[in-house]
Write a protein that binds this ligand. Structure first.
Ligand code: UT7
Length: 329
């Protein structure tokens, strides 16, 4: 057992441009009615041409640093969860470090666990701080998904959006508070359910990969839906049991924001009233690794989280990765 690590500040950023379901119905054969009923999504944000993932991440990151009453000089570690980096190399975390003026002694790297990325990043950063690798970590989930969507595929392009969320981690003032625990896992046999097949070493960029639209996200929606409910409900039960907590002690659940129906099913399965779930996918769609830190920041700023509260964070994503985390504020 090392020192207790807590969230000292949160921040988020979403691009200004709002694209409604109605706007999308002019692009592909869909309707506001279909998207709203099947997903709960009403609109999403789309980043501008000169707004890469690093820009969204830097804006969320500085907001979290300010919220923690720190400066960039205090950050010793940057872990950035994303599947939509500025470039395959170097890491987007290094770009963010430079943009924010974070000192050169800081270790900076990207982490890919898809929509579970933020929980993976949170746990990796916590463990590094406990191991004595610095005092403060900036943990970011940021995605510019719009660059990887096939705008001819109605089954995927209506679901995702662009955004970033961030937290600053540091020593908890009171050792009973902070990150209580985190469980992470992966079912690596399910890689074909949700993937961007082209552009890596398996299918390097080529005229063929472009022609076959392999650089865009592909998803078997129905199967992902079923897996999502199963793994998140399992992860929730497991972590509550480990910490000898009951569902009624959880004041706030912050789930990955993919589909309102997934969240409603979870609420029933776990017997936690829907009012205790933070839901903002109606305004942002699925923002992958950004979804949990964005919802967390909004919930804090809306006064939904109070000192002593216990929050449960739940995620799943491509891989198929999944995770859960408990925080006492
Ligand atoms: O972050 C991680 C990842 N992703 C997720 O968590 C997504 C999980 N899956 C889902 O949220 C849902 O499966 C979707 C929202 C993707 C799809 O909803 P569904 O109720 O599972 O629909 P479906 O895929 O079974 O498709 C039903 C029908 C199909 O037409 P037919 O074959 O019944 O004639 C689709 O072609 O809806 C059609 N469809 C659409 N219609 C209008 C698919 N996309 C659209 C669309 N607009 N945008």
């Amino acid at each position: 057992m090392g020192p207790s690590i807590a969230i000292l500040g949160t921040g988020s950023y979403a691009p200004a441009k709002i694209v409604s379901n109605h706007d999308l119905s002019r692009l592909v054969d869909t309707s506001d009615e279909w998207i709203t009923t099947r997903t709960g999504i009403r609109e999403r944000r789309i980043a501008g041409q000169h707004e890469p993932t690093s820009e969204l991440a830097a804006r969320a990151g500085i907001a979290a640093i300010v919220d923690a009453r720190l400066t960039s000089a205090d950050i010793d570690l940057v872990v950035l969860a994303t599947v939509t980096p500025d470039m395959p190399m170097p890491s987007t975390a290094c770009v963010v470090q430079h943009k924010l003026g974070i000192p050169v002694h800081a270790a900076c790297f990207d982490l890919n666990a898809a929509c579970t990325g933020f929980l993976y990043a949170l746990e990796v950063a916590r463990a590094l701080l406990v191991a004595g690798r610095g005092r403060h970590a900036l943990v970011i989930g940021a995605e510019k998904f719009s660059g990887f969507l096939d705008w001819q595929d109605r089954a995927t392009c209506v679901l995702f959006g662009d955004a970033a969320g961030a937290v600053v981690l540091g020593r908890a003032v009171d050792s009973r508070h902070g990150l209580l625990g985190c469980n992470l896992g992966a079912e690596g046999g399910a890689t074909d359910l949700l993937c961007i097949p082209g552009g890596g070493s398996l299918h390097p960029p080529s005229a063929h990969s472009v022609e076959h639209r392999q650089h865009y996200i592909k998803m078997k929606g129905r199967e992902v839906f079923k897996s999502a409910v199963r793994v998140m409900a399992g992860a929730a039960r497991e972590i509550l049991e480990q910490h000898r907590l009951t569902a009624d002690q959880i004041t706030c659940v912050i789930p990955h924001q993919a589909n309102r129906r997934i969240i409603e099913t979870l609420s029933k399965d776990l017997e936690i009233p829907l009012e205790r779930f933070v839901i903002n996918l109606d305004r942002y769609g699925n923002t992958s690794a950004a979804s949990i830190p964005l919802a967390l920041d909004e919930a804090r700023r809306a006064g939904r989280i109070h000192a002593g509260d216990i929050s449960l964070l739940l995620a799943f994503g491509a891989g198929l990765t999944y995770g859960s985390a408990l925080i006492r504020w």
